[in-house]
Write a protein that binds this ligand. Structure first.
Ligand code: ME8
Length: 633
């Protein structure tokens, strides 16, 4: 067996938020790939951890009245506890506040500096605190909006050290060209290439505007500067292996794959390889960028209160089903939507009807007809076995190409062959006339299930172990070799009865009833007087103009007549639901005494009333035409 070393990483998570489905997704994919790699017999190292420096975290801590370190300790622990409770088999949990990490980052900085890749200059740029990123003028939305999160950026001018990113532009392009699977999936590769081709500017890598970060090496005598959080964070992939210290695990480098969300691909596919080139280290084999999760079709946000909390899902539906859903529901790289309905469909369909049912049939018939022991040769099923072998031979490549949904689809094809063969052989009829054929059928299907249980282990470790136990085998690298690589078949089985693995789910379980109760209580407590209601001035308005806002998918800029001297400008997030002509010269209801706010760089002087549900958004309008400016009560 090979003792190849495989290093797999998740992003390190910011400690200004608690874990949500996006974090769980990245971590579960990484855990799946790591478990698969271990089944293949590879010496595997899985890294995860928390990203704890930077202005954003400094500010969040301040809001809670805590020191940044206290705050980071608290949140970092919630991530670690979650992964422990989810059985994530990480080998090391790194924190960027660890001394070992700080020492490694300083070492790297010194090395890049000595190489001539770092120089001192002045930086003036548009900075988004939320994303901890600078943007060029052309990247901004409407002159000041952050292209990633939409929030206002501010101009920061400060003395800064720069990394000569521009020097690596050609080498990066060369690398993408020579290694077409460096960025996975392929669809994301072109975006990165286009960005690099458009010209790389040197990167500001120190800050003097805040304090919560790693200081520069002492011999540089620059106490005001702290390192840019992305330089600090990316280097975690090396410091976790002992880089800049005892280097004891550096033989795991280069990483097999860094798994990241699409929003942080640029940092991993451009900055990171350039830093590594500067440090004269080999580049990772792959950067795998996954898509974005929404909930019931809507972007998740704390203010809407629709963030999917992984613990809640797992408490309601179980860990393995959640893992299966995440990996099966969307092709890696594409955006996905979480809804309880979709999850329940996967549980009742794929897991209950196909997988659970096949196992139940073997246990049921095996028990009833053969007292749980059956044996036979498999000559009757050669054709079916060939088809299964064909599928099994393709599976390994899907995993490291990050085609986890394909991997699962193909396993379900094996299950379909099993279920179809039972259906067409009608064992319940044949058991009287030809019990030998029924016995052979059960041996055949049990062999399929042996393979499926091993293949599913990386995705659903607990259920597949139970399946394997029922079939009398163990899940191990040795058995992966026997049953998957060498396609060995067993001629006899002694099986054990186990309870149904995936009982049918009849109705949603994620604590909906209590939530409604809670809401009612809040509603009663929150009763207001009529006077309070009249503090809100709502008026009838007529839309006179509708304009698009460049680069905004959601917003229109409207001019609305409220019967005043001049029309009001209102920026409204209704573009996805209304065409311009459906709005022009129509009546709407407008909150007229709302404090003006800036949205994507445009002043908005009011708010339209609308209702939003699972079918979309609908404006609230007067039933009959009424005079503009009329008050609504
Ligand atoms: O970016 N759907 O940390 P982070 C899918 N500290 N994935 C999502 C998501 C969603 N709705 N929301 C977030 C950072 N993510 C940096 C990483 S690595 C050297 C430094 C993903 O906590 C996001 O894409 O903001 C990212 O991969 C991960 O969660 C961590 O996000």
């Amino acid at each position: 067996m090979s003792c190849k070393k495989v290093y797999i990483t998740t992003p390190i998570y910011y400690v200004n938020d608690s874990a949500h489905i996006g974090h769980a997704y990245t971590t579960i994919i990484a855990d799946t790939i790591a478990r698969y790699s271990k089944l293949l017999g590879y010496d595997t190292f899985l890294l995860t951890g928390t990203d704890e420096h930077g202005q954003k975290i400094e500010q969040s801590a301040k809001k809670k009245g805590k020191s940044p370190k206290e705050y980071a300790d608290e949140i970092s622990k919630t991530f670690k506890d979650l992964w422990d409770d989810f059985g994530i088999e990480y080998d090391y949990f790194i924190r960027t506040t660890d001394d070992k990490h700080k020492q490694g980052v300083k070492f790297a900085f010194q090395k890049m500096f000595e190489k001539g890749d770092i120089y001192k200059g002045k930086y003036s740029g548009n900075y988004c605190v939320s994303c901890e990123s600078f943007f060029t003028d052309t990247q901004l939305i409407d002159g000041s909006g952050c292209p990633d999160c939409g929030k206002e950026t501010s101009i920061i001018e400060e003395e800064s050290y720069f990394f000569r990113l521009s020097k690596y532009q050609d080498r990066l392009l060369e690398h993408y060209k020579n290694n077409p699977d460096f960025i996975l999936p392929a669809s994301k590769r072109n975006e990165v290439i286009a960005f690099v081709e458009s010209g790389l500017k040197d990167l500001s890598i120190t800050r003097t505007s805040f304090d919560w970060g790693i200081k520069l090496p002492e011999n540089m005598n620059e106490p005001k500067h702290v390192m840019y959080v992305w330089l600090d964070a990316l280097l975690n992939y090396l410091t976790a292996l002992g880089y800049g210290g005892n280097g004891e695990k550096m033989d795991y480098w280069p990483a097999k794959i860094h798994i990241v969300g699409k929003d942080i691909l640029r940092f991993h596919a451009i900055y990171w390889p350039a830093f590594l080139m500067s440090l004269d280290l080999p580049l990772p084999h792959h950067i795998g960028a996954h898509g974005w999760w929404t909930r019931d079709g809507q972007k998740m946000s704390k203010s809407i209160g629709n963030v999917v909390k992984p613990r809640e899902v797992v408490e309601a539906y179980g860990l393995d089903t959640f893992r299966y859903f995440l990996l099966r529901e969307v092709p890696f790289g594409q955006d996905g939507d979480f809804s309880e309905k979709a999850l329940i469909n996967r549980i009742n369909g794929d897991l209950g009807n196909s997988l659970g049912n096949l196992l139940n049939r073997v246990i049921g018939m095996g028990g009833k007809y053969f007292n749980y022991k059956f044996s036979s040769d498999l000559s009757l099923f050669q054709n079916e076995l060939e088809k299964v072998d064909d599928i099994v031979s393709k599976l390994e490549s899907y995993i490291f190409q990050m085609q986890t949904h394909r991997y699962l689809e193909e396993i379900w094809e094996i299950l379909a062959i099993g279920n179809r063969t039972i259906q067409s052989s009608e064992p319940w009829v044949k058991i009287k006339s030809n019990p030998d054929e029924v016995e052979a059928l059960l041996v055949f299907v049990s062999n399929l299930l042996v393979r499926v249980s091993i293949l599913l282990y990386p995705v659903m470790p607990n259920s597949s172990k139970k399946m394997a136990e029922a079939l009398g085998i163990e899940i191990s690298p040795e058995n992966y070799d026997r049953f998957i690589r060498n396609r060995e078949l067993l001629n006899s089985f002694e099986i054990t009865k186990i309870p149904a693995l995936f009982p049918k789910v009849d109705k949603p379980k994620m604590g909906q009833a209590p939530k409604r109760e809670e809401k009612r209580e809040i509603a009663e407590e929150g009763l207001i007087t009529i006077d309070k209601f009249f503090e809100v001035k709502i008026r009838v308005g007529e839309i006179l103009e509708v304009e698009e806002i460049p680069k905004s998918k959601k917003l229109y800029r409207l001019q609305v007549n409220l019967g005043e001297e001049r029309p009001r400008q209102i920026v409204a997030g209704i573009k996805e639901f209304y065409k311009k002509e459906e709005l022009l010269n129509t009546l709407v209801c407008v909150v007229a005494n709302l404090k003006p706010a800036k949205l994507m760089g445009h002043i908005s002087e009011g708010m339209l009333l609308a209702v939003r549900d699972s079918q979309g958004l609908s404006l609230i309008r007067p039933e009959h035409r009424r005079e503009v400016g009329s008050p609504i009560s």
